[in-house]
Design a protein around this ligand. Sequence first.
Ligand SMILES: O=C(CO)COP(=O)(O)O
Length: 245
Amino acid sequence: MRRKLAAGNWKMNGTTAALEELDALQEVAEGAAEVLICPPSTLIAQAAVRSGKVAIGGQDCHSAASGAHTGDISALMLRDAGATHVILGHSERRADHGESDALVAYKALAAWDAGLTAIVCVGETLEQRESGKTLDVIGKQLAGSLPDDVTASNTVIAYEPVWAIGTGKVPTTDQIAEVHTFMRATLVQRFGNETATGIRLLYGGSVKATNATEIFAVVDVDGALVGGASLKASDFAPIVTALNG
Ligand SMILES: O=C(CO)COP(=O)(O)O
């Protein structure tokens, strides 16, 4: 049985004052779903002290354990600061920093080595969807971004169509179902039934309290990766409640 996961990605938002939002999530984090907040790395250590029932994650890590990589952060540093998860291969990192599938796979290995759960993101652009390439793109990203030693506990997959991120545009439930069903089948083929059916598949892209219930009812959607609506507990808590059922 896969435990539902409501993950918030604060992206490059939030200073110390934002940590109050964690306090306000405590009640809803008592429910069945796991609640995770990924604040900017400057806040991780303070967030972890204050997070209570909310798990804390990073938004990226380097593929190396340490070394001469100015400005980067290692998986071990995230773990040391109190993180348990790390988002990898977000489309904003793929676009802004040219991250390839192969690099994301190396980062996943680094995350596992440090004891972090990797949340690996995949998703097509609007152009790719409109030219009928969605499943090809997702299949290629999954093949290239996941190392062989995936387990149900060390990896979560997030399907985030690039065109739905921060736009208020959401795929139809049929479109989400098509991709999630495809992802599950692809994982079964590569990792076997037991592992693949244990891996949580999140949907991300303009998830809000108003559409969460409908999205969470879609087959093989095990939770959400939420951007804008995770910044305020008053917006995020109803999404968690919808997931708690
Ligand atoms: O990119 C996302 C989460 O990682 C989704 O962002 P929004 O929820 O703001 O669309």
